[in-house]
Design a protein around this ligand. Sequence first.
Ligand code: FAD
Length: 389
Amino acid sequence: MAGATQGEIAVVGAGPAGLAAAIGLAATGRATVLVTGPERAADHRTTALLGSSIPILERFGVWERLAPHTAPLRDMRIVDGTRRLIRAPEVTFKASEIGLEAFGYNIENDPLRRELAAAAEDTPGLTVVRASLTGLSVDDDRARLALDSGDTVEARLVVAADGRQSRVREACGIDMKKRDYPQVAVTATVRHTRPHWDISTEFHTETGPFTLVPLPGDRSSIVCVVDDKEAVRLLGLSPEALAREFERRAASILGAFEVETGRAAFPLVAETARALTAPRVALMAEAAHVMPPIGAQGLNLGLRDAAALVDLAGEHELEVGGAEMLKRYAANRDRDIHGRMAAVDVLNRSLLSDLVPVQGARGFGLYLLDRVGPLRRTVMRLGLGNRAA
Ligand SMILES: Cc1cc2nc3c(=O)[nH]c(=O)nc-3n(C[C@H](O)[C@H](O)[C@H](O)COP(=O)(O)OP(=O)(O)OC[C@H]3O[C@@H](n4cnc5c(N)ncnc54)[C@H](O)[C@@H]3O)c2cc1C
């Protein structure tokens, strides 16, 4: 027989963002229901959790579970790997320069999701419902979620964390503003014969960045941004040939590579929802914004959405899911989301541009960052999601 679950808040989607939000929201004392969606296939990507995300995960009580699976990012090095007329100097950003032990911590997506899912099961006041949303209706004081199990969930606030193809967003009639880039990110994990010393290295190339991000042990994750044709070629290589190709692109700085199973490709897009809220609904993470994987901003931005919702849910005099709460959520998140989108777009376009003045401006910008300490430190804080910077 079909059942109805009641909660104050329903979070739809058990990706990393939805799991973290559900855990944080339940901890405010609001009865929370998490609608997980379908079982997920293995995800061999990794996520660099930058500065602003660690206090959020600590506050949600999950950082201790995640930390053993992470590798610190103590230095970030940018190398101009282009063959252009004007090339930028190599720049290294050191976390110690802004008084931090690390800029952030890199974690494989599977342990990230597994640990968050285990934490969700242990969270008091959080009901986990293993089903997918099929429909949504809203009236003045609540929303009703129809599930593929035949069950329903009722809540006063629906948090859409159901990813790029969000059913909640679609049900609310909110469109995405979309920009395609002529690039694809090819991802893989490699073992290497030399240590990475907790340094992430980004080679800027004519088609986009080639990035090596440290993992625990002598392993690193690779995000290699190339054009469509090159992506197809890379995906078709044998593991040995791909390892040699990546090693060449990395100028052998980490020695010889061995590629692990699980390479994948992600066409680069930038998408933002035309509205962050609808009556009784708040969109968050990739349901609200999809970023190109440049500068490791996507999930970090999603975790800041979660923190904003948790702050508002913690104000118990505020009607949860009411117009005032939703208005404040949208106002709080708008600038951060659009600012990050614009910054990543400018960075990506400056790499792709063949215009000499643009190359010159990028080179001069990196020269200034190399030479001018206060500017470099401000940019480091901004990259970490520190709005005060
Ligand atoms: C190559 C690459 C590298 C990246 N690297 C970084 C990085 O270093 N740092 C960083 O911060 N970000 C990074 N990102 C971005 C990051 O991966 C995403 O922001 C993040 O995975 C999005 O999480 P999410 O929870 O919003 O969405 P998802 O992980 O897509 O989760 C959505 C969930 O909703 C569920 N769902 C879907 N439909 C329904 C339904 N009808 N009912 C219920 N549930 C449903 C799905 O099953 C899924 O579990 C990277 C992205 C790419 C492509």
